[in-house]
Design a protein. Structure first.
Length: 265
């Protein structure tokens, strides 16, 4: 069974609570309460996700947030998450985000398997991470993107402006992607976030991208607990299909085994 999510309305999507021991610190305006629930995944559209960041970081006892149930996000033509100078700033794609901000210092990994019938230029879907900032919104998106006539693993990291990288992948366009905070040989967390392509047969990780600045705020003295991270899934269809009768056709992206892990300190 899958949950099918459109792009026309926001809705709370309750999840199975596989880890009944997880406890988070939720908020009710100025009041904090302890709740035995795992954070939900909630559908947002573009900048509406920033509302999550107004809450204090979630205090999570569990170190694994497991959202194993299959989910589907539908993205209409003209949706994207992209910034390019001098003035392109598009942020209207559907995102399915954990409905609690995570302390940037606590984040370790996020992983998901993503697939779709990729057939139109720039069709895309995968993991989405956001760091709300005082001047702009830093984001990372990584997953499958259809370009040059074939699906690739596409990654965009944006501080002020976005960049873009592509890595060839299997023709069927189903991949498992993982992002992970780098830990050095001394066991210390660094400022880098790595993007890995996971081999479906062996589970082996192949590093395809290093974002060296992602955790830079967390490296500053006294920064712990001062910066939040939003984590979830996204889909986008920037280009409308050109075939007659398909101009309004939505892209349907399937997500399986979404999982987030946290450091336990």
């Amino acid at each position: 069974m899958s949950l099918q999510l459109g792009v026309t309305s926001e809705s709370d999507i309750p999840l199975n609570t596989a880890d009944s021991q997880s406890i988070l610190l939720t908020y009710d305006q100025h009041r904090l309460e302890m709740s035995p629930e795992t954070p939900k995944l909630v559908l947002h559209h573009g900048s509406s996700a920033l509302a999550i960041s107004q809450a204090p970081p979630a205090l999570l006892r569990a170190t694994t947030l497991d959202y194993s149930q299959e989910r589907i996000i539908r993205a209409a033509p003209g949706t994207d998450l992209w910034r390019k100078p001098p003035s392109v700033d598009i942020d209207n794609c559907p995102t399915l985000l954990i409905n609690a901000p995570i302390d940037l210092h606590q984040f370790h990994t996020a992983r998901v398997t993503v697939s779709a019938d990729w057939n139109t230029l720039y069709d895309q879907g995968g993991l989405a991470l956001f760091i709300p900032d005082e001047d702009t919104k830093k984001f990372l998106k990584t997953g499958v993107e259809f370009a040059f006539g074939a699906p690739h693993v596409g990654t965009v990291a944006a501080s002020r402006w976005g960049d873009w990288s592509l890595v060839p992948t299997a023709a069927h366009g189903k991949v498992t992607i993982q992002v992970e905070r780098e830990v050095d040989e001394k066991g210390e967390r660094t400022s880098s976030l790595w993007v890995y392509l996971i081999d479906p047969d062996t589970g082996e990780k192949m590093g395809i991208r290093e974002i060296t600045w992602w955790f830079r705020h967390d490296m500053e003295a006294g920064a712990r607990g001062q910066q939040v991270l939003l984590v979830g899934l996204y889909a986008a269809r920037p280009t409308a299909p050109s075939e007659p009768g398909r101009e309004k056709e939505e892209l349907e992206v399937k997500f399986e085994n979404f999982q987030v892990t946290l450091f336990d300190d």
